[in-house]
Design a protein around this ligand. Structure first.
Ligand SMILES: C[S@@+](CC[C@H](N)C(=O)[O-])C[C@H]1O[C@@H](n2cnc3c(N)ncnc32)[C@H](O)[C@@H]1O
Length: 219
């Protein structure tokens, strides 16, 4: 299959999977907040001004909203899955929600901070720069971005690539796409180059089990 068509189908499928499979019991299965994630979310919040405006990009069910709630912040959550988003909406009625893909953010100069947690692995290599650029544009000057990059070993990448090729999938190295779902695990060096090219300065990085965390600000 041609790659462009495959990507469109994969994205549609991801939305369907979150709507129909994951949203109903997401909080029960995945609601636990890992220590490093919590630490970084709090560090991110503490860098924001009082009454700052935050975009939770791919907010899912609003897993971090109980933390955000204990600060004086205005929050908007976006997600491409309507069912995930509506769970978030019912959790915290004072927060704005809108169904929107990370690739489709058009807002400009609006937020003091953007957080994007456990979601960028859904972004295709072709869309990575666009998404980082969308975050940049949506942030106010010197705005803060916190995001995670999920990581797997080189051996896992090699195996997934070999299986994908064997199945005749039009996959790129770093993608895992043979089991119905889709994840892309970019090289951390690529992430850092993209941040540099897109005018972000790294404020803090940390590593936890399966994740690389980035706190960056808009230059
Ligand atoms: C693993 S969940 C994480 C949700 C939340 N940030 C958290 O930490 O619990 C991934 C979320 O990303 C959303 N998502 C995946 N691809 C997306 C895209 N291209 N644009 C917007 N949301 C997307 C999914 O619908 C899902 O809600």
């Amino acid at each position: 299959m041609e790659r462009t068509k495959w990507i469109i189908e994969k994205r549609k499928k991801a939305e369907e999977r979150y709507d129909t499979i994951f949203s109903s019991d997401y909080d029960d299965k995945w609601g636990y907040i890992e220590e490093e994630h919590e630490k970084l979310v709090k560090e991110f919040i503490e860098m924001l001004p009082d009454n700052g405006h935050v975009l939770d990009a791919a907010c899912g069910t609003g897993k971090y909203w109980n933390i955000l709630r204990s600060y004086n912040l205005r929050v908007k959550g976006i997600d491409q899955s309507y069912q995930m988003l509506s769970k978030a909406g019912s959790k915290c009625k004072e927060y704005e929600i809108e169904k929107m893909g990370l690739q489709d953010i058009k807002e400009v100069n609006k937020y003091n901070g953007i957080m994007c947690v456990d979601a960028l692995e859904n972004i295709f290599p072709e869309d990575w720069v666009k998404v980082i650029r969308n975050f940049y544009n949506a942030l106010k000057n010197e705005g803060i971005l916190y995001f995670t990059v999920e990581t797997i070993s080189k051996q896992e990448k090699d195996e997934a690539f070999a299986i994908g090729k064997e199945l005749g999938l039009p996959i790129a190295y770093g993608e895992v796409a043979h089991e119905g779902g889709y994840h892309y695990y970019p090289e951390i060096k690529y992430v850092k180059n993209t941040l540099e090219n897109e005018h972000f300065t790294i404020v803090k990085e940390s590593v936890s089990e399966g994740y690389h965390h980035f706190l960056v600000n808009k230059r």
